[in-house]
Design a protein around this ligand. Structure first.
Ligand SMILES: Cc1cc2nc3c(=O)[nH]c(=O)nc-3n(C[C@H](O)[C@H](O)[C@H](O)COP(=O)(O)O)c2cc1C
Length: 214
């Protein structure tokens, strides 16, 4: 096992609080600003440091950076996104999405995936491993990208396209897919997110009892 890299990469100097508190979903990437192989090595290294059950390290990452492949994948992502909305709500086009729906922005990502400079597909080895051993690494990946000014958004696919996606990239049938992460310098700004106050999500001592802050 590679134990060499103990020091954090010099590129990751942003305070962790700033990275966490300004990271938000970036769905529109700037195709003219490339993400380098060195930066990808850093985000994958950061992902590798995350907690995982029994240190079995089941997560596997497929990095797609060839333009033609991303364009082809982007079409499958578009199909997958709309298949999810069809299954859940019967929607088949943007005209079906109600005004003010939280799905208006994700629908934009369905159009924009073809422009992502990089897409990372996250899988795990099949040995009975849950997504819970994969997602801490995903979060490290997203935060380390943020620290370098690189935007990302976590998204998923749909069973309707999985065979074609896996065939495109020679992914063995037994690998378990978890999520898809486009990466790129954003057309848009990092900034505050809108979240429930922790007083609304946290119980203190017993379920339903408020924490000592508003
Ligand atoms: C499991 C999961 C699935 C998601 N799926 C999508 C998706 O299909 N399309 C999309 O645009 N964003 C997707 N997102 C991103 C969320 O929409 C985003 O994190 C959330 O709306 C908060 O956005 P903000 O950080 O910009 O405030 C997903 C996030 C998670 C954790």
């Amino acid at each position: 096992m590679d134990m060499v890299r103990l020091d954090p990469p010099a590129e990751l100097t942003m305070p962790i609080g700033e990275a966490m508190f300004s990271q938000r979903a970036m769905r529109r990437m700037d195709p003219s600003r490339p993400v380098t192989d060195e930066q990808l090595e850093i985000v994958l290294n950061a992902a590798s440091k995350a907690p995982n059950g029994g240190n079995a390290q089941p997560a596997r990452y497929l990095v797609i950076r060839e333009r033609a492949a991303i364009e082809e994948f982007g079409k499958l992502y578009f199909e997958a996104w709309w298949a999810k909305r069809r299954d859940a709500y019967g929607w088949t086009s943007k005209a079906d999405i109600p005004e003010g729906s939280v799905y208006r922005l994700p629908a934009l990502l369905a159009d924009e995936m073809v422009n992502a400079p990089v897409v990372i597909l996250v899988y795990s080895e099949p040995s009975g491993v849950a997504a819970s051993s994969t997602f801490p690494g995903v979060q490290n990946l997203l935060l380390s990208a943020r620290a370098m000014g690189i935007g990302s958004v976590l998204t998923t696919l749909h069973p309707q396209v999985m065979d074609r996606v896996n065939a495109m990239f020679d992914v063995p049938e037994e690998m378990v897919f978890h999520c898809c992460i486009p990466l790129g310098y954003p057309r848009g700004n990092f900034g505050p997110t809108s979240r429930l106050p922790t007083s609304a999500t946290t119980s203190w001592g017993h379920w339903g009892e408020a924490p000592p802050w508003k």
